[in-house]
Design a protein around this ligand. Structure first.
Ligand SMILES: [Zn+2]
Length: 465
């Protein structure tokens, strides 16, 4: 199995280009980013011949290791990075000065010689704001290095068409109190997950069928409403869920991995040879629109017989004779009926499981992954469709590829896409830890006198939308 070098590499390969307002270091206050400050003796490591850039690369690799794998001893880090212990000590010292990692004494001596201090991500250091627009809910979270969610809020919302500006207002209404509480100076990035086709360079959403969105400048809408001036990055929900599952979930350590993700729609992220397969323009992974049934129903995309029309949540509910747009409550009702032995409900679940297996057989033959993770509504469905799915997969996938693959539920639960958004938001710091000022001594909330723009800043998002 191949391992990617660092989480940065993974994020970069997932289209996490850092293209907006890349923060420069500020001379101003502790732990603050000042995107308007450029080159004012801020201590950032510059590429100088190669020696300094090598150091920056090592800082990035070390922070990536600790971020991805959690706390580990200096000697383990030295072995993983292929550097000597004094270099690790120096790198750790710099990352600690920047408030990114902390050290503690080892719990027990594991080897002869001097005990090696344990280095871990600092949970009271820099954080990111992760935002998720899902079909049935909106979520906002503060996430620390190491992927720990420090605080989050998720509110249910009515499914269907929503004005993009109103959604951005509601997200800001959820995020602003978090920014206030944690202090704008600790926030180093914002990541947004959306169930749509996203142009990665500028977070422009071409289309999000389940929100009824077309041509929405989502990054701009979010950035204009937040009281922080840090990079804001937008990603497709399936791609971000895959990113998170690949870093610390069902696909950890796998070079060839597929994650299906969906609520009303269905998408996938594909990792092939350790790298995201993004396609020529970054729009690969729309497996929901893979044609599987010439005589199938018309899809939201306008074509007929897409995979989504057979396995989407609305298809499941429709076949069961329920309101196809009913969302989670209706799905719960369907599961309750199935548990009570209702034959129509059981047949609908069986049908969706079979169609899932048919489509998966195609993906498995095409991509030969080590694992396929089912996330979102498919993680909930998995125990119920496992048998019918595997029956079709066994019958249709080539034995060589079938034997190599495991189909598993996603491991990060409902938060996969939210955590992927956090990874996107952390990418620039992990790529270049020297962006965080060495004066950071975090843990003290840095309160701003005002939260800046306040449209949508009221906690209206706490109520059901
Ligand atoms: Zn379609």
């Amino acid at each position: 199995m191949q391992h990617l070098d660092t989480v940065t590499a993974r994020v970069a390969r997932f289209g996490g280009s850092i293209c907006c307002r890349r923060p420069q270091l500020a001379d101003g206050g502790p732990g603050t980013f000042d995107p308007g400050t450029r080159g004012r003796g801020n201590g950032r490591i510059l590429d100088d011949g190669g020696r300094l850039s090598l150091r920056r690369r090592n800082l990035s690799r070390l922070l990536g290791e600790v971020h991805t794998r959690g706390a580990q001893s200096r000697s383990d880090l030295a072995a993983r990075l292929g550097v000597n212990r004094s270099t690790v000590a120096s790198l750790v010292g710099e990352l600690a000065d920047r408030g990114l990692v902390s050290e503690r004494a080892p719990l027990a001596r594991s080897a002869p010689g001097r005990p090696s201090p344990v280095v871990g991500p600092r949970r009271d250091g820099p954080v990111v704001i992760a935002l998720e627009i899902a079909t049935d809910s909106l979520a906002a979270a503060v996430v620390a290095l190491g992927g720990e969610i420090l605080e989050s809020i998720r509110v249910e919302r009515r499914r269907g068409s929503q004005d993009p500006s109103s959604v951005a207002d509601l997200l800001a209404g959820m995020a602003c109190p978090l920014v206030e509480r944690f202090g704008s100076g600790r926030i180093v990035g914002v990541g947004v997950s959306v169930p749509g086709v996203v142009r990665r360079e500028d977070g422009f959403v071409h289309v999000a069928p389940n929100l009824d969105w077309r041509d929405v400048p989502l990054r701009q809408l979010v950035r204009d409403r937040l009281p922080v001036d840090v990079p804001v990055l937008v990603g497709n929900d399936a791609n971000l869920a895959t990113l998170a599952e690949h870093i610390r979930g069902a696909g950890a350590g796998m070079a060839d991995f597929v994650c299906l993700w969906g609520e009303a729609g269905l998408g996938a992220g594909i990792v092939a040879g350790g790298t995201e397969y993004a396609g020529s323009a970054g729009y690969a992974g729309e497996v929901g629109h893979m044609p599987v049934n010439r005589d199938g129903s018309t899809c939201r995309c306008g074509a007929r017989g897409c995979w989504e029309t057979e396995v989407g949540e609305d298809a499941l509910l429709r076949v069961a004779g329920l309101d196809a747009s009913g969302g989670r409550d209706t799905l719960d009702a369907l599961f309750a009926r199935a548990d009570a032995g209702d034959p129509v409900a059981l047949a609908a679940i069986e049908s969706v499981g079979a169609w899932l297996g048919i489509g998966l057989a195609g993906l498995v033959n095409l991509l030969n992954p080590t694992a396929v993770a089912l996330g979102g509504v498919y993680a909930r469905l998995y125990p119920r469709v496992r048998r019918s799915l595997q029956r079709e997969l066994d019958a249709r996938a080539l034995p060589s590829a079938r034997h190599a693959v495991e189909v598993v539920p996603a491991r990060l639960g409902q938060d996969s896409a939210l955590l992927g958004a956090a990874e996107l938001a952390f990418a620039h710091v992990i790529a270049d830890p020297s962006l965080v000022p060495a004066t950071v001594r975090s843990g003290r909330p840095h309160r701003r006198p005002s939260v800046g723009r306040t449209e949508g800043g009221e906690p209206a998002a706490r109520s059901t939308m």
